[in-house]
Design a protein around this ligand. Structure first.
Ligand code: FAD
Length: 523
């Protein structure tokens, strides 16, 4: 990694009181209590972001371009957010100092060398938050339903108290001494080859873009007032059906309480509006609900030893997992969404539902943790609590238990987009397939496939499973697993799980069938 070196004009010796603002996630100026506190009463302020090589270094063994933990789209989004943060700090007479290396080591060195008296970062230490935390943690038992969460959390006081959105100046940066400071690196500085424009997410990182996007969304008062999830078209391309503010909330480019207050302001000025859980305000409460449960549940991100997670005998089938991950399932609706994930790092909520259901309880019966890992890497809004919670939900492992309700990989998308424009956009190999076959191209007569220049099994894969059969089987295993969980009061061992499900001769038949399907797919 090469980093552009930073130079300060006329660095001043930091003889007065100095504080350090360690930017981690809250990459913004507006409504940033840690930044305000750091600035208050300080002669010098060091705004710092640390680049951790473990997070940023290219990983040649990863399945997509990026580091060990994050895909390139998210890394680019972060760098854009840092550039924007630096520009916004400069407007206030400051600037961002980028440090590289193991965060704790580098931080200690700077704290000492810069004689820092006050170290600030985003952590909810205020007594108000501590009290709220205790309240919503409910004496060590976090609420497990949205309704009980909303009841416990009540109407937070910050929902109506004024918050700071207009900082006018910041103390100057003091001398940086011999600490190795750099500018915000580019993708190339980090050792990556940048991707083609067409393969990059269309969403640009940073607080400025976050505020512009949010203001654009809430300017349409009628839209905000009538917002109702899960309504909304998951195949909308030009203008997504929801705000696409999740990446900005994830990196803290947008303050969620500022967003909350802005929505409230709109609601106050309309005659009628939707309510939680389906309203736009309700979406932010989902976020907080999942943070609360995730924080209060040990082993929230795994099936084993997670007391709120049903024990289910998921398959460890890497070929099926790869077919899903690499958009080769043969179901165009599913594959197009997975390409959207690779290219944009963002998909509509219902699109996420469809692919998560397909991978787990709907068709492939692959472990939800495997799908979670793929999302965690590729989403630009990848968020530990929200992602795990939604995978638990979609796989019917927790929160939601109606395993008979399966998203059809054929008819669901058709309802919104009968012509298959979404599929044609993300899977251009199918662009000339007539609309009658676009969701099930394997049913098109060969002459049609030839005319569409897409032979199924050659140019585009055959379906990896028969949806009707696979979904029936998934429901059966889930039914049995639920019974077992009930009988053993959730204390299900691996042995119990192994004994579950199909009889030996059925097992053999099923194995032969999936082998045959795989041979056709992968030969
Ligand atoms: P909007 O509908 O405009 O909602 C505004 C904000 O509310 C969002 O930005 C988000 O912060 C919050 N929100 C909306 N829906 C949810 C939800 N179901 N749970 C929690 N918060 C919500 N969202 C993430 O931010 N990060 C993730 O890693 C993530 N992983 C997911 C994995 C799966 C399998 C599924 C089904 C959903 C996941 N979601 C995740 C939730 C949801 O799909 C996204 O938050 C939403 O689609 C983001 O788009 P938006 O900003 O336009 O949402």
């Amino acid at each position: 990694m090469r980093f552009p070196v930073f130079s300060l004009p006329n660095p001043t010796m930091a003889s007065g009181s100095s504080s350090l603002m360690w930017f981690r996630k809250g990459l913004r100026i507006h409504d940033n209590p840690a930044l305000e506190y750091a600035a208050r009463g300080s002669d010098y302020l060091y705004p710092v972001f640390m680049i951790d090589p473990h997070y940023m270094e290219p990983d040649p063994n990863a399945f997509s371009s990026g580091s060990r933990r994050a895909g390139l789209n998210r890394i680019r989004f972060l760098l854009e957010s840092l550039v924007d943060l630096d520009l916004n700090l400069q407007k206030l007479g400051s600037r961002l100092l980028v440090l590289n290396g193991e965060p704790s080591e580098v931080l200690f060195r700077c704290l000492k060398e810069w004689n820092i008296k006050k170290l600030c970062f985003e952590f909810d230490t205020e007594p108000y938050y501590q009290a709220l935390d205790n309240k919503v943690k409910n004496g060590g038992r976090p609420p497990l339903s949205y309704q009980s969460f909303v009841k416990l959390a009540g109407e937070p006081s910050w929902a109506s108290s004024p918050i700071s959105t207009e900082l006018t100046s910041l103390p100057p940066v003091g001398s940086v001494g011999s600490c190795p400071i750099s500018e915000v690196p580019t993708i190339e500085n980090l050792g990556y080859e940048d991707t083609e424009e067409d393969d990059r997410t269309p969403f640009k990182g940073g607080e400025s873009e976050a505020l512009r996007r949010m203001r654009e969304s809430i300017a349409n008062k009628e839209w905000v007032a009538n917002f109702e999830k899960p309504k909304g078209d998951p195949s909308s391309l030009v203008k997504p059906a929801t705000t696409v503010l999740s990446p900005y909330l994830k990196f803290g480019c947008l303050s969620s309480r500022y967003f909350y207050q802005c929505i409230q302001e709109v609601q106050r000025n309309v005659k009628r509006h939707t309510s939680p859980p389906v309203s736009l305000l309700g979406q932010l409460l989902w976020r907080d609900f999942f943070y609360t449960v995730a924080f209060g549940t040990p082993n929230f991100d795994q099936m084993k030893e997670n007391r709120i997670c049903k024990q289910i005998p998921w398959k460890n089938d890497d070929e099926l997992l790869r077919a899903w991950r690499d958009a080769r399932t043969g179901f165009p609706w599913i594959d197009a969404i997975m390409i959207q994930l690779q290219k944009w790092g963002w998909m509509h909520h219902l699109a996420r539902h469809c692919v998560a259901c397909f991978l787990t309880r709907g068709d492939l019966f692959v472990h939800w943790e495997k799908g979670r890992d793929v999302f965690e890497r590729l989403l630009i809004d990848s968020d530990w609590s929200i992602n795990n919670a939604n995978w638990l939900w979609l796989s019917c492992s927790s929160f939601f238990y109606q395993y008979n309700r399966i998203y059809s990989p054929i008819s669901f998308g058709k309802k919104y987009d009968p012509n298959g424009n979404f599929i044609r956009h993300f899977l251009p190999i199918l662009k000339d397939m007539p609309k009658e076959y676009i969701y099930e191209p394997w049913t098109a007569p060969l002459s049609i496939q030839v005319k569409a220049k897409c032979i199924i099994g050659k140019d585009y894969p055959k379906p990896v499973v028969d949806h009707d059969l696979a979904s029936k089987e998934c429901k059966q295993i889930l039914y049995e697993a639920y019974q077992l969980n009930k009988r053993l009061n959730g204390k299900v061992s691996e042995e119990d799980l192994k004994s579950l499900g199909r009889k030996p001769e059925e097992d053999k038949k099923q194995e032969q069938k999936s082998k045959r399907l795989k041979q056709t797919l992968f030969s």
